[in-house]
Ligand binder design. Structure first.
Ligand SMILES: Nc1ncnc2c1ncn2[C@@H]1O[C@H](COP(=O)(O)OP(=O)(O)O)[C@@H](O)[C@H]1O
Ligand code: SF4
Ligand SMILES: [Mg+2]
Length: 321
């Protein structure tokens, strides 16, 4: 449905921030895009929404939505797409709402800007969706944003995203500002709505556990590149790239005996090699060839990684399970 091909995004200083990425989102599926801070997740989302700042340019590649090239749509056509076909949920739910206007009024204006509908009908729709995301509908409708908790505001933001039945919801770190339990409930809600409404979700997060058991597909980003992607089962059960493997190993598993020390990934987060494999400065292997472009290796029909060690079959040997 959404397809990114060979996308490179460059800054005003000619630095490639996103490098030749390929990504596709299938109808009705959740794609989990994971990577540490600065790896390029939000820029990818911003490009999908057609909202890149003017200082950044698309150097190569294409982004298509239902076979339409969106990089060539006018701002008016893009506005139609956003909100109606593609909805966005950010971590910053506070700035989503205008502080001095009651939430119900903001929702009604939002709906009426996209579809022709009477105020009374719009109100019914809003109350229906507030109930759907388990909010006390009438109370929330008549509240100002500051009268609701963070979790309630994020639920309201989700209601706003799904109300017009978009084909895709992009959720960029939607639980960052919430406590862990509230965050988990929000992600469960998103998953339930994805299933019920058969809408695709791009869930962006730095936390592997957010996407495990939720996403159908997983893509891992490092240093502006996708370094591994595939069906979630395949990636979770048999991660192929050293970075992905280390991510899984550095997770605390409740069912296992708690180790004295969790394996850590060498080097500073965000440390990126500009040439060749972006993970080369932190990788336990590093061949000379890694300083050139890393290869693409198909692990199976629904799983690939970009790594020389994986191609040589040496990742398990060194990193272990
Ligand atoms: N407008 C911009 N101008 C220049 N560099 C930017 C801009 N926006 C983001 N970047 C840089 O691009 C990289 C990726 O950023 P981002 O997509 O926000 O990462 P993530 O969401 O994975 O934390 C970072 O190094 C960031 O500093
Ligand atoms: S082996 Fe080479 S290509 Fe693979 S992750 Fe390490 S540095 Fe990158
Ligand atoms: Mg981000």
């Amino acid at each position: 449905m959404f397809e990114i091909k060979n996308l490179t995004i460059t800054s005003a200083s000619q630095k490639d921030l996103i490098k030749q990425i390929d990504l596709s989102i299938k109808p009705g599926e959740m794609l989990g895009l994971i990577g540490e801070s600065g790896s390029g997740k939000s820029l990818t989302a911003t490009a999908l929404l057609g909202l890149l700042p003017s200082s950044l340019t698309i150097k190569t590649g294409s982004i298509t939505f239902m076979n339409d090239e969106i990089t060539s749509l006018s701002e008016k056509e893009m506005r139609q797409l956003r909100g109606k076909e593609v909805a966005f949920i950010s971590q910053n739910y506070q700035s989503f709402f205008t502080p001095f206007i009651k939430i119900g009024k903001q929702f009604i204006e939002g709906i009426q800007s996209h579809i022709q509908i009477k105020k009374s009908e719009a109100k019914k729709l809003v109350l229906y969706w507030f109930n759907k995301v388990s909010l006390p509908a009438e109370r929330v409708f008549n509240s100002y944003p500051h009268q609701l908790s963070g979790g309630q505001l994020q639920r309201a933001a989700i209601a706003s995203a799904i109300m017009l039945k978009p084909k895709l919801i992009i959720a960029d770190e939607p639980t960052t500002a919430l406590d862990v339990l509230t965050g988990e409930r929000i992600l469960d809600l998103l998953k339930a709505l994805q299933k019920e409404l058969n809408c695709a979700v791009l869930l962006i997060t730095h936390d592997l556990k957010h996407v495990m058991n939720r996403a159908e597909e997983i893509a891992v980003m490092y240093g502006g590149r996708i370094i591994e992607s595939g069906r979630a089962d395949n990636v979770c059960q048999d991660p192929a790239h050293p970075y992905t493997k280390l991510l899984f190993q550095s997770r605390l598993q409740l069912k296992k005996k708690v180790p004295d020390k969790l394996p850590a990934i060498y080097g500073e987060p965000g440390l990126t090699a500009e040439q060749g494999c972006p993970f080369a400065l932190r990788c336990p292997y590093v061949y000379r060839v890694c300083n050139e472009n890393p290869p693409t290796k198909k692990v199976s029909d629904h799983h690939w990684t970009a790594c020389h060690a994986a191609v040589q079959g040496e990742v398990d040997q060194h990193v272990g399970n």
